[in-house]
Design a protein around this ligand. Structure first.
Ligand code: AMP
Length: 606
């Protein structure tokens, strides 16, 4: 059966039930009370349409996606059917991710709170023993991920002899994540006589296969048209010319400042280009499309789970299998080719109870689609305009002044106070200060190679300055992300390298001490400086500014008590006087970087 045939079945289904209210559903009073407390005034279309079939005990295939109220669509009848007096598992809900398992458990337990229904979330990565205890305490509804549920079944720690209903939630996601085998093994072990409910945003072939294998005559239900639109999502659009999309994308990101985002492209090639561009612009971006091997795909997915990737650039197909529940935005770099595509993409955000935001770059060619989107789905995208370059520059400058105040506002300037006063009155004052600022911001924060690369591809200067100023958190180097040759080529810094630890790898970044060369020279004369070796460098995503900030925070020493810092590709050397050596060594070893403590030790003397 094709998706459009599904829609037709749906259409037949619409009608009489439309008027249902929670009261007319003849639900138990405690459920109605709970729904009232949850702020649910009337059932959503998917709840209305699935209700009778589920209550009548029939198998159901429901095409519905996040935002339609699908969880309560099975949650409400399940809670109604449970006998709270019993202590065995009555319903099992399989979900693709732990986040969804938790979310479902939360919602179902809220619905069942006045009915004494007990629920548990069972997912990997959490304590097995605690889960066993929880199950043994007598839960009636379990929501879990296939892998962990199967583990419990194999170990005999969950028993499903009395199971009445199994729900496959986001079935298409589960299958595209490769859970088909686990799901089959789980279902094969369940009682033959049970009700099965399958909820899925789309019905691809593998879902059809699964449903025909395990479900008899199922009622096929869907919500179509305007009801599908994810209601918790705010939709914005930016009109762009389409001639320089990557630049426009960065500007949109700068304007919207999403914490994290799924960026949709229409072609596989585009995903790579866009991800590379974002990386060069200083964002933690990765791409995913069907060209990526399973292994690399898993690496990307685990980076996403660990929150290391803020911008995932994907095609529609590739994005389907991934858990992106923590991503705050969906950005349509290219407007989807179909309206359904728009609905599917934007439904990816606003999960886990969070309000999501969908942002589209819209070219004059897409206007027609926008019109149909409004007509068909009653979706009105709010138009926003890109800030003018002048506005961006002003914003960056004000932010930088804040940064400088934070850094130097309380500093005791000592011997340089007089010099500062002289500089201010010098004929070259502006140039000198501009030069110092350039060294401060560009020397410490940004990778020279990315600046160069950005220049080549032409991010407006203003934008790249802002990116750089923003880069306080250290980005990650993602192994899975294929990197073009020119990106990995080390670059030489203009700052002279001292011979002491000249390794095979080229020096990439050095930062002079505050106070410049004079102060540096002073310390070198003392001949009391030693170096600390740190086991991470620029390629690992470490930044001198970040490292220094942490050392200053942990030791309480002024920045001036630290000497020259040389950052190489995979290591960093910090010059420190004997007096502070141990203190700084201890501090560095306490700095957490990408989930581990940095390793610090005295550098080998040549
Ligand atoms: P879901 O599609 O299950 O992810 O639900 C989307 C959001 O809608 C969740 O925040 C639900 O709590 C909420 N919701 C579900 N049903 C209703 C309803 N009948 N009235 C109001 N909100 C609802």
């Amino acid at each position: 059966m094709t998706n459009s045939e599904f829609e037709q079945v749906v259409d037949e289904d619409q009608g009489a039930e439309e008027e249902l209210s929670f009261e007319s559903m003849k639900l138990d009073e405690p459920i109605v009370k709970a729904l009232g407390e949850m702020g649910f005034e009337k059932p959503t279309p998917i709840q209305t349409r699935t209700y009778e079939s589920v209550m009548a005990g029939r198998d159901v295939i429901a095409m519905a996606q996040t935002g339609t109220g699908k969880t309560a669509a099975f949650g409400i009848p399940l809670v109604h059917k449970v006998d709270p007096e019993r202590r065995d598992v009555f319903a099992l809900i399989l979900t693709p991710t732990r986040e969804l398992a938790l979310q479902v458990t939360r919602e179902v337990s809220q619905i069942g709170r006045h009915r004494g229904v007990r629920t548990a979330a069972i997912y990997g990565g959490a304590s097995f023993t605690n889960q066993v205890k929880e199950i043994q305490s007598g839960v009636q509804i379990i929501a879990g991920t296939p892998g962990r549920v199967l583990d419990h079944i194999r170990r005999g720690t969950i028993r499903f002899e009395k199971l009445g209903v199994v729900v496959l939630d986001e079935a298409d996601e589960m299958l595209s994540m490769g859970f088909e085998k686990e799901i089959s093994e789980i279902i094969d072990g369940l009682p033959k006589k049970k009700q099965m409910l399958l909820f899925s945003a789309t019905i691809p072939d593998d879902i059809r296969r699964l449903s025909s294998r395990y479900m008899g005559q199922a009622d096929v239900i869907s919500v179509s048209g305007d009801e599908v639109a994810a209601k918790d999502v705010t939709h914005y659009m930016y009109l762009v010319s389409g001639t320089n999309r990557p630049v426009d994308l960065v500007r949109v990101i700068e304007a919207e400042r999403p914490e994290s985002s799924l960026v949709f492209c229409n072609t596989r090639d585009e995903t790579q280009t866009v991800a590379r561009y974002l990386k060069k612009a200083g964002y933690n971006a990765a791409w995913i499309n069907s060209d990526l091997s399973q292994n690399d795909r898993e690496k990307v997915m685990s980076s996403i789970r660990e929150g290391k990737i803020d911008f995932l650039v994907a095609t529609d197909v590739a994005a389907r299998g991934i858990d992106v529940s923590h991503l705050s935005h969906v950005i349509n770099y290219a407007f989807p080719e179909s309206l359904e595509g728009y609905i599917h993409r934007t439904g990816r955000t606003g999960r886990a109870g969070r309000a999501g935001v969908a942002v589209s770059l819209v070219t004059p060619q897409d206007i027609g689609n926008l019109y149909y989107l409004r007509l068909t789905y009653k979706l009105d995208l709010v138009e926003r305009t890109l800030p003018k370059e002048e506005t961006i520059r002003r914003k960056i400058e004000l932010e930088r002044i804040d940064q400088l105040r934070d850094r130097f506002g309380d500093a005791s300037v000592g011997e340089f106070y007089g010099l500062a006063a002289r500089v201010m009155h010098d004929a070259y004052a502006m140039k000198i200060v501009a030069g110092l600022l350039e060294e401060f911001f560009e020397g410490a924060e940004i990778e020279e190679q990315s600046l160069e690369a950005i220049d080549v591809i032409g991010i407006p200067k203003e934008v790249d300055e802002e990116l750089e100023g923003e880069e306080i958190v250290t980005p990650v180097h993602l192994e899975a992300e294929p990197i073009a040759e020119e990106e990995v080529e080390p670059e030489r810094s203009e700052v002279p390298i001292e011979a002491a630890h000249e390794p095979e790898e080229a020096e990439l970044e050095t930062a002079p001490v505050d106070g410049g060369d004079e102060a540096q020279a002073g310390r070198e004369d003392e001949g009391e400086e030693n170096e600390i070796y740190v086991d991470a460098g620029r390629k690992d995503g470490l930044r001198i500014s970040h490292l220094m900030k942490e050392i200053v925070r942990l030791t309480g020493l002024p920045r001036t008590s630290l000497g020259r810092v040389r950052m190489l590709t995979r290591s960093t050397f910090i010059q420190v006087s004997d007096e502070h050596f141990d203190k700084v060594l201890d501090a560095v070893a306490k700095i957490e970087f990408h989930g581990r403590a940095l390793k610090a030790e005295p550098a080998q003397q040549p």
